[in-house]
Design a protein around this ligand. Sequence first.
Ligand code: HEM
Length: 465
Amino acid sequence: MTTSAVTDETKQFTRTPGQRHSLAHIPGEDGWPVIGNTLKLLADPIGTVALFHEKYGPVYRSRAFGYRSVSLLGPEGNELVLFDRDKNFSSAAGWGPVLDQVFPRGLMLMDFEEHRLHRKALGVAFKTGPMKSYHDALNEGISRRIAEWHLEGGGQGGGAEFAFYPHIKQLTLDLAATSFLGIGLGEQARDVNGAFVAMVAAAVGVVRKPVPGTQMWRGVNGRKTISAFFASEIPKRRHGNGADLFSELCRTTKEDGALLTKQEIIDHMSFLMMAAHDTLTSSVSSLVFHLAANPQWQEKLRAEMQSLGLRPGVGLPYERLGDLNLAEMAFKESMRINPPVPAIPRRAVRDFEFKGYDIPAGTGVGINPLFTHRMASLWPNPDQFDPLRFTDEAVRGRHRYAWVPYGGGAHMCLGLHFAYMQAKTFFYHLLTTSRISLAPGYKPQWQMWPIPKPRDGLPIRIERL
Ligand code: HEM
């Protein structure tokens, strides 16, 4: 069994970091020796890409994070790469350098036919029956936690400052322990969560070798801890009737009727937890900020939730998720402004052509949801929070790949319904019980890369209604 993220089909293209393909005919710049444009991109990911777009147009070459690549900006580029009609682009070879050491063999690290087979097998865990069970765990965990937050935030009329980001990060971890892993919030969950947090940090760590003391070293050790936990649980989960995502995967079969192997379950579960964790933490924080900054929208969402006529304390039934239209539009709008995956990498496995440029096989190719989501030609007043951009009519009038927070095509986010479910359930509990606000004059400080997060922990006020 191979432990590399990269299949034979794409292997030949993965050993080319830094190698100069014949890209000289493509406009762009390599930046500084060794570091390329890395520092510029880290300091100002929006402004730097906007400047390159202005200078070079929607197709340009650059060098950053140790790799030379070609960026394709805008909805047509997104469509070409994500829809990938001609199977030109490898996700495994694109994401491999970031994820291979701590999250190998996750779904995004597979391509083409192998990817199709595994995606189909995993899809079973996202059908309505299992989703309802996860939702029960979410409803319960969220309502209990928000009641605790009220105490910390000062209760009714509460004026205490409340750092939202670390709280939602912990809640997302704890919800994953129950709905993903089916374990209570005891010592075991603390160990698993700690190991998992180390793995996520390693994936974006600067040092890429597991040198003792580095994030990568902690991440690789975290992977050992998590693997041991999964391995010890798999035999009993296969024969049990657990309703959590891990138990579902332990019973899932592939097209040939065989169960997923132990190693496949370990790799898929680790990857699923990673794919869900920071993305949900980031997107929920972003909407909390926008609703606190726009009380009129907060009021509209609250009114929609109250109009469901549910008894206080019973939670949001799964069947009513579809009734929260304004909440869904507001969530989409906050992911437009702060897409949790701001850039998506691929590597070309065949020569291809785009906007008159011939681009050779082996080239690293990137698309940029963060840039596309702020193109003024698609989104008038792009910095303004306006959920009405997501009415059915407005959506019909736009390019299908103008809004791509979940990607698209074969690798489109498998957990997007889970994400809507968790976000809507969270905001239902939050807004029907509390009012959120910002201190006068508060200016947000978002770090957009690699995943948008508030640098200052997002201080809000949370007042029990
Ligand atoms: C707001 C929350 C989320 C956002 C914005 C998001 C975004 C994305 C994006 C952009 C991709 C595609 C990347 C690419 O094409 O290279 C992706 C893939 C994926 N996501 Fe999500 N995600 C979210 C939540 C979740 C959750 C909650 C889960 C699991 C429960 C999940 C599981 C996955 C998986 C398994 C893939 C790989 C799909 C494949 O390769 O076929 N995601 N996600």
